[in-house]
Ligand binder design. Structure first.
Ligand code: KIV
Length: 271
């Protein structure tokens, strides 16, 4: 039987066992109680309370504005809903880059106030000191390389990263540095599939991809994109399983008509 089916609670060790057995890891974002409950009941392995909440929940253009307290609000709502999945929370921009003490304090605050199971941060060798320090408190850390949205103003675009040899070589070095520092897994975002597959083969920890092809150990998507709640974001890597934007808009349209025409409420829908 697959590790996925046997497991009552997903831990970082379970994910590593899944990699060893060649069983793919499923991961989705969630930011609120109701959606997290559905995603957990469906059997997802990992829920990421991503700082993409800044975009899809708050309407910001980038992930930079979201605060630590706002991430804790989202994460604690998710924690109340979830029985089985491992819950990972993004350390938001500006709460860990300053120094490793700040990174540790932010991670402790997230873990203590939300009840989540792990944190994620963006960057390579420049954040390994922080990873080591966070680990001293017993907090598992997930890394994130490739397109790291908190650095959007350095990159200038959301285009595919590490297409050139130099950047690809640096990404491989960074991936090894994250593993050596003690990350239990890493996310690779929007990089060539061949490069991602090489990293997944070289590392012993799970490598979870978004726009990084099928040769990695698992996949993550932003929930709102995957169910089609967002409809203007159409990268090649995105598979939409539903078109909820149109479905919800249609339902709201019908409701408006029913109210205006006095069809709603009918005799059975009142006291
Ligand atoms: O914030 C987020 O949703 C993420 C995923 C895209 C990996 O970091």
């Amino acid at each position: 039987m697959s590790v996925h089916k046997e497991i009552k609670k997903v831990t970082t060790n379970v994910l590593q066992e899944m990699k060893r057995k060649g069983e793919k890891i499923s991961m989705l974002t969630a930011y609120d109680y109701t959606m997290a409950k559905i995603v957990d009941h469906a059997g997802i392995d990992v829920i990421l309370v991503g700082d993409s909440a800044s975009n899809v929940m708050a309407g910001h253009e980038t992930t930079l504005p979201i605060t630590l307290d706002q991430m804790i609000y989202h994460a604690s709502s998710v924690v109340r809903a979830v029985d089985r999945a491992l819950i990972v929370v993004d350390l938001p921009f500006g709460t860990y880059q300053g120094n490793s003490k700040e990174a540790l304090n932010s991670s402790i605050k997230i873990m203590k106030e939300s009840g989540a199971h792990a944190v994620k941060l963006e960057g390579g060798q420049e954040v390994t000191e922080s990873i080591l320090r966070i680990l001293t408190a017993g907090i598992p850390v997930m890394g994130h390389l490739g397109l790291t949205p908190q650095s959007i103003y350095k990159f200038g675009t959301y285009n595919v990263r590490a297409k050139e040899e130099l950047e690809a070589a640096k990404l491989i070095e960074d991936a090894h540095a994250l593993e050596k520092a003690g990350c239990f897994a890493i996310v690779l975002e929007k990089i060539p599939a061949k490069l991602a597959s090489q990293v997944a083969k070289e590392l012993t920890i799970p490598v979870i991809g978004i726009g990084a092809g099928g040769g990695v150990d698992g996949q993550v998507l932003v929930f709102h994109d995957m169910v089609g709640l967002t409809h203007e974001f159409n990268p090649r890597f995105l598979r939409r399983y539903l078109n909820l934007y149109d479905d919800i808009k249609g339902a709201v349209g019908k409701y408006i008509n029913d109210v205006k025409s006095t069809d709603f409420p009918n005799a059975n829908e009142q006291y």
